[in-house]
Design a protein around this ligand. Structure first.
Ligand code: AMP
Length: 214
């Protein structure tokens, strides 16, 4: 299974991807998670990317491309759910060529859709357990009471002023990627609003329909 989960920040790609991989035995490849790990560990890449991530700006293509390339190569070019990559047309073009060279084209690009006010609400109320890196939502999925309050933090790029920048950036640089895949007949749009399990079932239905290819 070679899938891209696409959509604006906060639409639920990460949560849906981790649930999906548990069920399908694929691996969740998130360039955002790889970058945040590199930043926490203070690697060279982490240091180079830290300010851009903190400010909600796109990290240089050559840096994220290397991450995607390494992760997909390590997986033998198969069994992955890409989340947060590609985010620009040059990234999408590179991915197409890279996968074609390795005879492993994408099976599907699933685009999760939600209105901007839903996204802003989700991002501003998102909280992370800094120990387990699990995501919570203050209203719909509050952190369990047995987790000490100091462990529950807000991502620096979920601050309101950064959220607005990320959404603008999405409109300008990332939403054209949707057209790129639509024009190639690879895109399925899915309503990303509603209870987590419902959205998950919608994704599974699409994948079920394409099971012959997976
Ligand atoms: P995410 O967790 O996917 O929302 O990503 C968090 C941040 O990592 C983004 O706001 C960007 O700063 C950076 N990032 C992740 N993926 C990419 C990408 N494909 N291209 C450029 N920057 C990225």
């Amino acid at each position: 299974m070679r899938i891209v989960l696409f959509g604006p920040p906060g639409v639920g790609k990460g949560s849906q991807a981790s649930f999906l991989v548990d069920r399908c035995g694929a691996t969740h490849v998130s360039t955002g998670i790889i970058l945040r790990t590199a930043i926490r560990e203070g690697t060279e890449i982490g240091k180079a990317a830290e300010q851009m991530v903190r400010e909600g700006k796109l990290v240089a293509d050559r840096i994220v491309r290397k991450m995607a390339e390494d992760a997909i190569t390590d997986l033998g070019y198969d069994h992955f759910v890409l989340d947060g990559y590609p985010r620009t047309i040059p990234q999408a073009e590179w991915l197409t060529c890279f996968l074609a060279e390795n005879e492993a084209p994408l099976h599907r690009v699933i685009s999760l859709v939600a209105a901007e006010e839903v996204i802003v609400d989700r991002l501003s109320k998102r909280r992370v357990d800094k120990l387990t890196r699990k995501n919570y939502h203050l209203d719909f999925k509050p952190p369990p009471p047995d987790i000490p309050a100091e462990r529950i933090i807000q991502r620096s790029d979920d601050r309101p002023e950064v959220v607005l920048r990320r959404l603008k950036q999405y409109q300008k640089d990332t939403s054209p990627v949707q057209e790129y895949y639509r024009n190639r007949g690879m895109l399925t749009e899915i309503d990303g609003v509603g209870p987590f399990e419902e959205v998950h079932s919608r994704i599974c239905e699409v994948l079920e329909e394409r099971r012959a290819m997976l």
